[in-house]
Design a protein around this ligand. Structure first.
Ligand SMILES: [Zn+2]
Length: 489
């Protein structure tokens, strides 16, 4: 369904001859530490290896995050910080020497957090650390609500409750997220955040409290987007810090043994204003030969309001921007255009991704690759793809270039990031660089998402990996294309 110019991969024997020649001339010459001359991509591989090694000793990505947290800080969609972020992003891409910089308009929702208070009222009163989930309605004006708490340990557990057990009460969904390198604990837990209010409202609850979707034991709560259904009442929804969820669970256990109930007071002063304008910020490094063909490098510029958005997604924007800037520094300009998109409002509804897909609907076929960085600054450990089967030898050759970075090759069913999700079903070829997420969810969507959470060395390794893949996709003679079967799988 795409690829305007399908061309066979150059013959392997030719590639091996080219590789041997380039090895003699360039990459095998000291001081280059990498055996890139053995790469079947020949001169492209040798250049990519030098680019990779250059990126490893580069510190500009970290400086990018420093600039963003100092000069902008929190930038939740629709906020004053969001508007300043767009201006900052546009100025930054110009300052970094991108050929073409522009913004494309995006309308974003404007939800305002207000204040959040939660406390155990009885039998033993004490305050708890809590934050409203993104999009939550407020508790009733004039003091919030006070109600008995019913605890369940899964989302399905809510459905199992009888309505007389939950009517007018606060449902507490106490499911703990597991720490995993690939972040898979998130997908298993996040439905309590996105769906909890709907399920609890279906059982007549007055509010829902969840255990924070996060792996830390700090006394900070993790926010994140939640949804409502037009079928049921919109009830207030908030997340407790992990230690407070522990305390509430123990209090309920103890009270139940004594045939008592635990009562909690909850007060959220959130509000929803009219949608406001924001923008996707776009910078391009134009291709020398096929400027109309695009390798898309994505991240999101918005952040949650609680922290500085240093890892989510300042780091990702730093990675893709610096990867493109380093490629632009090469002696010869790459064949195709590198398009960096700092997407608007990923966190609260993917507004920027949808607007981009709508505005560029006619040119998706010209996008010969997409990659998104939105998982902090942990080192990349796996390289996945989603390209036509016949192009897998080229992917294997790119994987060889990534191996010195400690990256292994994964499968060919990469999903890419959230901002690429509207383009993927339309045939966008995807390159997925999977980062080590072991510690990512300690600070994700919290007040602790600050510069202190950014791993400098990890950030440079990411830039090296993104630059390597983006350069190859932009330079190899044959453009990448998606697998033959359209759709998501
Ligand atoms: Zn993010």
């Amino acid at each position: 369904m795409m690829t305007p110019l399908p061309r066979p991969l150059p013959h392997l024997r030719f590639l091996l001859v080219a590789a041997a020649a380039s090895c003699l001339l360039t990459a095998c010459t000291p001081p280059s530490p990498s055996p890139s001359g053995e790469n079947p991509l020949g001169e492209v591989g040798a250049t990519a290896a030098r680019l990779r090694d250059r990126a490893l000793v580069d510190n500009r990505a970290y400086e990018f995050v420093e600039s963003l947290v100092v000069e902008v800080g929190p930038r939740f969609a629709g906020s004053e910080g969001d508007r300043r972020a767009v201006a900052w992003g546009e100025a930054k891409l110009r300052e970094l020497g991108f050929d073409r910089v522009r913004t494309e308009p995006v309308m974003v929702p404007a939800w305002v957090r207000g204040t959040a208070v939660a406390e155990i009222v009885s039998p033993y009163p004490q305050p708890m650390v809590v934050t409203a989930l993104g999009g939550s309605v407020a508790t009733p004006a004039g003091g919030g609500l006070t109600a008995e708490v019913v605890r369940v340990t899964s989302l399905d557990g809510v459905d199992d409750l009888a309505e007389q057990e939950t009517r007018g009460k606060i449902v507490f969904i106490d499911l703990r997220m597991e720490r995993q390198k690939d972040g898979s604990g998130y997908g298993k837990t996040v439905p309590i955040r996105s769906q909890g209010a709907i399920r609890a409202a279906q059982r007549g609850a007055a509010a829902v409290l969840i255990r924070s979707v996060g792996t830390d034991t700090d006394r900070i709560a993790h926010t994140g987007a939640m949804r409502y259904s037009s079928e049921v009442t919109k009830i207030p929804a908030a997340a407790l810090s992990n230690p407070d969820a522990d305390t509430l669970a123990l209090a309920i256990e103890q009270a139940t043994r004594a045939d008592q109930a635990v009562t909690v007071h909850l007060e959220l002063t959130t509000r929803r204003d009219a949608d406001v304008p924001s923008a996707n910020v776009i910078g391009e490094i134009l291709g020398r030969e096929k400027p109309e063909e695009i390798v898309l490098l994505a991240c999101h510029l918005d952040s949650w309001d609680l922290g500085q958005g240093a890892i989510d997604d300042g780091a990702g924007c730093a990675i893709v921007t610096e990867a493109a800037r380093l490629i632009a520094q090469l002696p010869q300009r790459q064949r195709r255009t590198l398009r960096v998109v700092l997407f608007a409002n990923e966190e609260f509804g993917l507004s920027g991704a949808r607007a981009y897909a709508a505005a560029h609907a006619g040119e998706v076929a010209l996008h010969v690759g997409g990659m998104e960085a939105d998982f902090g600054a942990g080192k990349v450990w796996s390289f996945e793809s989603r390209v036509a089967e016949r192009q897998l030898p080229a992917i294997e050759a790119i994987a060889q270039l990534l191996a010195p970075l400690g990256i292994q090759q994964g499968g060919n069913e990469s999903h890419g990031g959230a901002d690429l999700s509207p383009l993927r079903p339309q045939g966008l070829p995807i390159f997925g660089l999977y980062q080590d997420g072991t510690f990512y969810f300690d600070v994700h969507h919290t007040a602790n998402d600050t510069l202190a959470a950014v791993d400098r060395e990890g950030l440079s390794q990411n830039v090296a990996a993104y630059a390597t893949v983006a350069y190859c996709a932009a330079e190899l003679e044959e453009p990448f294309s998606a697998p033959a079967e359209p759709g998501d799988h």
